[in-house]
Design a protein around this ligand. Structure first.
Ligand SMILES: Cc1cc2nc3c(=O)[nH]c(=O)nc-3n(C[C@H](O)[C@H](O)[C@H](O)COP(=O)(O)OP(=O)(O)OC[C@H]3O[C@@H](n4cnc5c(N)ncnc54)[C@H](O)[C@@H]3O)c2cc1C
Ligand code: HEM
Length: 406
């Protein structure tokens, strides 16, 4: 709880902070990276360049201030969970909150100038630390649940035991712990962070990849789409590195599995909807159900550019054989493809029409794909009466979906 005097100051200054949010975070990053260049290895350079992360952090602090001063605050649990899981997968430590707090509050002072009197600075310091303490506590619980002793590194070396070119843009990697230890369990929908040392001394970069295989198997599997820069933008740093430089026998540093979104929620009908590389959580869900609940009723909806771009579809005949109540509905934008032997799929050309998605009234839905795709599909499902709390979704980048209910 914010003290009453701070709440009044925060309410009064919130519009100014909100209006200058982007300038504040830009200045914050400049200051912080100048003082702590080692943190450049932690943050995503693509997000820095495109401004995506600037917006995410600024938006979170400002939104939290609004939440603290709102007489009727919306629940913040899911937002905090998303951030805490992402932070845990990056190995964020409590000590780093002190660094971020110091530079963020100094940046507020620099950008807003004389408006930041001592009481204003103290009130925003309080907001920052209330949020930071909530995150630190959640992250501590996640580290403990992952079996990490206090202060232990999240990074563990894993050896690449198989590498497959799934489509022209997607490569899958099979990995086993290099220390010979146990393969941690995970819930379909969870991801691992992968840390790579870029060539040419360009430092470390970390990205998340959803686990695409079966929990309980003696290995982990990820599938990585190569991101090519368009319109003058550079190629993706980590996906290009993994495609070009990582072969069988190499080791990669991986975090434990984190992620608050389950792709196998409930025990009734399940609707898995994905587009492009967003299919990795759904594939893990199918592998899991084939081993643990083969009679569960599952609808798999997948959209892709073409059948040849549809990664991991070679696994579908085996999964259909193991899951008698699996129904597959495919949309291939560039036209319907030749039938897949062993897959009784309905295939349509063009883009997904949410009205045509086979829907059971009590289905739990898991959605993953590009944001515009998810907004359209989620909006359509809400209009068709699916309760909002039964639609789980994963965003393969910073941010969340806008609310389509209104
Ligand atoms: C929870 C989660 C799960 C994920 N699961 C998967 C998965 O299973 N498979 C998968 O393939 N991916 C997955 N991702 C995405 C993955 O983490 C990476 O974001 C993706 O591989 C791209 O990383 P990159 O380093 O190759 O690209 P980056 O270097 O991060 O670049 C990203 C984009 O930013 C653009 N960009 C970079 N610099 C600039 C600039 N200066 N100006 C303008 N634009 C710029 C690039 O052109 C590119 O389009 C997941 C993400 C999350 C958060
Ligand atoms: C109260 C303090 C903080 C808030 C409100 C905050 C907020 C956020 C948010 C909203 C995201 C995006 C989550 C998503 O994927 O949707 C994020 C990601 C991230 N945060 Fe934090 N954060 C805080 C503290 C920190 C600290 C202390 C560090 C470490 C120095 C840190 C490092 C990162 C990194 C590396 C990412 C991943 C995105 C990227 O690399 O660009 N954060 N944070």
């Amino acid at each position: 709880m914010l003290t009453q005097s701070s709440a009044a100051v925060v309410s009064a200054t919130l519009p100014a902070v909100r209006a200058h949010g982007e300038a504040i975070t830009r200045r914050f990053y400049q200051r912080m990276f100048a003082a702590h260049p080692e943190l450049l290895n932690l943050f995503n350079r693509g997000n820095q360049a495109s401004g995506a992360q600037q917006a995410a952090l600024a938006a979170a602090v400002v939104a939290y201030a609004g939440h603290l001063t709102d007489p009727d605050p919306a629940t913040w649990g899911p937002v905090l969970d998303r951030i805490a899981h992402k932070h845990a997968s990056l190995g964020i430590t409590p000590g780093q909150y002190t660094i971020v707090g110091r530079h963020l509050l100094a940046a507020v002072g620099e950008v807003l100038g004389d408006a930041v009197t001592a009481p204003v600075a103290a009130a925003w310091d309080e907001v920052y630390w209330l949020l930071a303490c909530e995150l630190v506590a959640r992250e501590a619980r996640l580290y403990a649940a992952a079996g990490l002793p206090e202060g232990a590194s999240v990074w563990r070396p894993w050896r690449v035991t198989d590498r497959r070119q799934e489509t022209c843009d997607v490569v899958s990697f099979t990995l086993t712990p290099d220390d010979g230890g146990e393969v941690p369990r995970f819930v379909p929908g969870q991801y691992t962070s992968v840390a790579v040392d870029l060539d040419g001394g360009r430092g470390q970069q970390i990205r998340q990849y959803s686990l695409a295989g079966r929990p309980g198997a003696d290995h982990w599997r990820i599938a990585v789409k190569r991101i090519r820069g368009t319109g003058g933008a550079p190629d993706g740093l980590v996906s290009t590195f993994l495609h070009e430089h990582v072969a069988v026998g190499d080791t990669l540093r991986l975090s434990p599995a984190f992620g608050e979104v389950s792709a196998v929620a409930g025990d009734g009908p399940l609707l898995l909807i994905s587009a492009g590389i967003g299919l990795t959580p759904a594939m893990s869900a199918l592998e899991h159900l084939a081993a643990t609940a083969p009679r569960r009723s599952v609808v798999l909806v997948h959209a892709d550019r073409a059948g040849t771009a549809h990664a991991l579809r070679g696994d579908l005949p085996r999964l259909h054989a193991a899951l008698p109540n699996l129904r597959t509905r495919l949309w291939y934008e560039e036209g319907d493809d030749a039938a897949l032997p062993g897959v009784p799929a309905e295939v349509t050309g063009g883009r997904v029409d949410p009205e045509l998605i086979p829907l059971s009234p009590d289905a739990h839905v898991h959605l993953c794909g590009p944001l515009p795709f998810m907004n359209i599909v989620r909006g359509g499902l809400l209009r068709r009466g699916v309760p909002v709390e039964r639609i789980a979704y994963e965003v393969f980048g910073p941010g969340m979906l806008r609310d389509e209910r209104s």
